[in-house]
Write a protein that binds this ligand. Structure first.
Ligand SMILES: [Zn+2]
Length: 591
């Protein structure tokens, strides 16, 4: 029961889990009140993930009472708000349950095995109490395990305490039986929590690698804003991705992800990405995200910087930390360029606009996304490479994008940066030409000139044509339909039709199942060999099942999009290039 004098100065949230139902979190929240009517709100989104998730849709069985247990009338007034007639009471006690349908880094999950609490999806707030300290108590049986969080323990030892609602939301909690690997780097404490660690996951090795990422990132920024233990909360339970917080990150990964080199590099990349965010987006923030409004979308045209440049640096810091080879770094960079240059939508929407549209495009992709937009992660990373190289070249190797990032942090770690702040710093550090280049990369759809950038390092990008096995000059190019296929489907079902291709002109639409080409039965198994027997530019017919009706379409076949790009040494690659690459990648490129 709450103590009235305490209740006047803090909000108390208590969560528990019913023994007989999975995916349910029971919440009791006690709010001090002063007015006779109080409005309760449930967030619609959580910072770092720019999607309206309508968390109120999972709130059920809500009721309100005064501190002495007398029921108070409560009614819903909009999709995300409730009104309580609090009358004379000075504390309103609200009970409700939260259903947790999805296991991902941005929402909550409750099961017998473990729980993940992301505050925005669980806790109500009132506008009058969101600046008050928030106490959190977790009632859990021993079977589920301990509570882990970067949130500070309450002063009296009872649960955890946040300074305000923002901090409650920013400190996810894991309830689990899980090993913790602790280390200290330059007087700063870190912990890696491995929920779901199994025989395929080497926790000690992962912790050593995380420590290398921490060391490299701290030395990159040269300044450390952390005030308490930083938690890498790693859920080895399937799923993917990560979400950044001030003093922690939630990461999800597959159970066997550490056993495959490329998959493990992906995990290391997520770790580096989320940790880089401590500086870039948590402490140094665009003006559009300065103060969180949990009910409404918040717009910024600078996710190419907050996310895209973070994506550029995550892999780069892995190289500088010696966790990946220069060759592996170049493969990852080539992959980003391939994704960019094979996405027709890059020609329609500048990356600054793609950022503003994150809420309705990046987080809600549809069959036409590939034609209508470009990922600010992918294009932002490629812009990072081109801009970085431009500054290195223009300053004769004296400066780089690293200096721009550090200058930005120096200027904007305490106040949000405006729309043109980055461009100004780029022009200051890299010259007017660098500023103009950046502006054009952000506001036009002209492709970033990666070829000139590679040339600076004595490298070359080959956008290899797709060839079937054999001598390149003798074999035909594989011709293509200009479509993307639905994954995890045994049939050849069109997921998207690329703009400007033969498939588009032929009239293919998403959902079409291709049954035959040129009167030959077409299946996944036979696709490559059958397509190789056609030449680009050749006209043929497709037999298509569209909403269960069989139709025939005429198609002029395209040249297939290359599977991947490759970065190779240019002739004359020499000592000067090695020096440049060494400064860029932090290691000798010849290894
Ligand atoms: Zn990110």
């Amino acid at each position: 029961m709450s103590n009235t004098s305490l209740a006047a100065s803090e909000v108390i949230h208590t969560i528990s889990f019913p023994a007989d139902r999975e995916q349910i979190i029971l919440v009791r929240s006690e709010f001090p009140v002063k007015a006779p009517v109080t409005e309760l709100r449930m967030p619609n989104w959580t910072p770092g993930s720019y999607l309206i998730r309508e968390f109120a849709a999972n709130v059920n069985r809500i009721s309100a009472a005064s501190a002495d247990g007398a029921a108070l009338s409560l009614g819903k007034i909009s999709k995300d708000r409730w009104q309580v007639n609090t009358g004379e009471t000075d504390t309103v006690v609200v009970d409700y349950e939260v259903f947790t349908p999805d296991l991902n880094v941005s929402t909550s999950w409750a099961s017998q095995a473990f729980a993940l609490i992301n505050g925005a999806s669980v806790f109500l707030y009132t506008p009058q109490t969101s600046e008050l300290p928030q106490r959190l108590s977790i009632v859990s049986d021993a079977g589920r395990g301990e509570s882990f969080t970067a949130m500070a323990p309450a002063l009296d030892g009872d649960g955890f305490r946040s300074e305000n609602y923002d901090e409650l939301v920013d400190n996810p909690v894991a309830v689990a039986k899980a090993p913790v690997y602790r280390f200290t780097y330059e007087a700063q404490d870190y912990a890696l929590l491995n929920v779901g660690e199994n025989e395929f996951w080497d926790g000690e090795q992962a912790a050593r690698d995380v420590e290398k990422i921490v060391a490299e990132t701290q030395s990159f920024w040269g300044i450390n804003p952390l005030k308490k233990t930083y938690w890498f909360m790693n859920f080895i339970v399937g799923g993917k991705g990560g979400l950044e917080h001030d003093h922690s990150t939630v990461i999800m990964t597959g159970r066997r992800q550490m056993r495959n080199r490329n998959d493990y590099i992906k995990w290391l990349g997520v770790v580096a990405h989320e940790f880089f965010h401590v500086w870039n987006v948590r402490n140094m923030r665009p003006v559009g995200l300065a103060q969180y409004d949990y009910q409404n979308e918040q717009y910024t045209s600078q996710l190419w910087l907050a996310e895209g440049l973070t994506s550029y640096y995550d892999n780069l810091l892995l190289s500088r930390a010696g966790l990946i080879t220069p060759k592996e770094f170049m493969e990852l960079l080539a992959k980003d360029i391939h994704r960019l240059e094979t996405t027709p939508g890059r020609l329609l929407r500048p990356v600054a606009e793609a950022s503003l549209d994150a809420w309705i495009r990046h987080y809600q992709p549809n069959a036409n996304s590939v034609n209508s937009t470009i990922s600010y992660y992918t294009k932002g990373a490629v812009i990072g490479f081109v801009l970085d190289t431009y500054i290195r070249k223009a300053s004769k190797g004296r400066r780089s994008l690293d200096d721009v990032m550090r200058k930005m942090y120096e200027l904007y770690s305490n106040e949000p940066y405006s729309h043109d702040a980055f461009e100004t710093v780029v022009a200051d550090m890299g010259g007017a030409g660098a500023g103009a280049l950046l502006r054009s990369l952000l506001t036009t759809t002209t492709d970033p000139d990666v070829d000139t950038a590679f040339d600076y390092y004595g490298l070359e990008l080959t956008r290899g044509a797709i060839l079937v096995t054999g001598e390149p000059d003798e074999e035909p190019l594989i011709s293509a339909l200009g479509v993307l296929w639905e994954e995890d489907n045994p049939g050849l079902i069109v997921k998207a039709v690329l703009r400007g291709t033969g498939g588009s002109s032929a009239g293919l639409i998403p959902g079409d199942e291709i049954l035959a080409i040129g009167n030959e039965r077409l299946t996944r198994d036979k696709f490559d060999s059958l397509m190789a027997s056609f030449s680009p530019g050749e006209q043929t017919t497709l037999l298509v099942s569209r909403r269960d009706r069989i139709i025939e379409l005429n198609i002029i076949l395209d040249v297939a999009i290359p599977d991947h790009f490759e970065i190779v040494l240019k002739s004359g690659f020499g000592k000067r290039d090695i020096t440049r690459l060494e400064r860029f990648l932090g290691q000798d490129p010849r290894q």
